[in-house]
Design a protein around this ligand. Structure first.
Ligand code: FES
Length: 259
């Protein structure tokens, strides 16, 4: 298994209220794939377990990863991460998790769907996936549509906002309906309510769909068991096999998990 190492902060900026972009120099960049995450520890030891943060961009030449994350409150690990400056060091483990199976999209019309803090991992996915029609559908709360320019450079972009200030009013499913879009393959990341709607839509329409359940993770290293989810797998004794999102995922075939 992977070892904890010190990553060096290259830069940090605030993209929107409470949303930060952190570039880290780390050997984890060498093997990283879209949909994987990095587990980041706090420096002061007040939190024993790390926080899993999804990878937004991979720069193999520089050996660097871009992490875009939301600060979840005062006195949280993410609040501490947001105070890091260029040159600071921070302990990390990664890359963790399985990532999206890019080969499944080859030659297919594809939706890359992200909502809320599930938006950032869609960027590296959009940069790397080789598919027939790359339709990026992302949902935000309001006009703070972070990463918008980068998405526009990497596919056809459709935006939904909860308050209707940009694009379709509503969520990513509303955007698909309003624009009458369709696809043969879906890769999605976001809150559970959004993933549930996408899973149902994919199953009704017979679309191959992979969802990242990263929202369900707490420590990201297999130590807390806070991420267990039910699967459809049943063994010879009719026991249902549960899976740990951080170890067996975070990306699953939608039909394989109950959410
Ligand atoms: Fe802690 Fe999976 S997130 S065990």
């Amino acid at each position: 298994s992977r070892k904890k190492e010190m990553a060096t902060v290259l830069s940090q900026e605030m993209l929107a209220e409470g949303i930060f972009s952190l570039w880290l120099e780390t050997s984890a960049a060498a093997e990283a794939k879209p949909g994987q995450f990095l587990s980041i520890y706090t420096n002061d030891g007040t939190k024993l377990l790390p926080r899993p943060i999804s990878i937004c961009e991979i720069d193999k030449e520089k050996g660097a990863l871009r992490m875009v994350y939301r600060v979840t409150g005062e006195k949280t690990g993410t609040k501490q991460f947001s105070e890091l400056k260029a040159g600071d060091q921070i302990p990390v483990i990664g890359p963790m998790g399985n990532g999206f199976p890019l080969e499944e999209a080859k030659g297919k019309k594809t939706f890359l769907m992200g909502g809320g803090i599930g938006v950032p991992p869609i960027l590296e996915l959009a940069r790397e996936v080789d598919c027939a029609e790359k339709q990026i559908v992302v949902g935000y709360r309001d006009a703070h549509t972070f990463l918008k320019e980068e998405f526009e450079q990497n596919g056809k972009l459709y935006i939904a906002t909860e308050d209707g200030s940009v694009g379709t009013k509503g969520n990513v499913m509303d955007a698909i309906r309003e624009q009458a879009l369709d696809a043969e393959v879906i890769f999605a990341c976001g809150p559970m309510t959004m993933l549930r709607a996408i899973k149902a839509y994919a199953e009704e329409n017979g679309i191959l769909c992979y969802i990242s359940l990263e929202e369900r993770m707490a420590c990201g290293i297999g130590a807390c068991l806070g991420c267990v989810c039910k699967t459809k797998e049943v063994d010879a004794h009719s026991n249902v096999h549960n899976k740990r999102v951080c170890k067996d995922g975070p990306v699953f075939l939608s039909t394989e998990v109950e959410i």
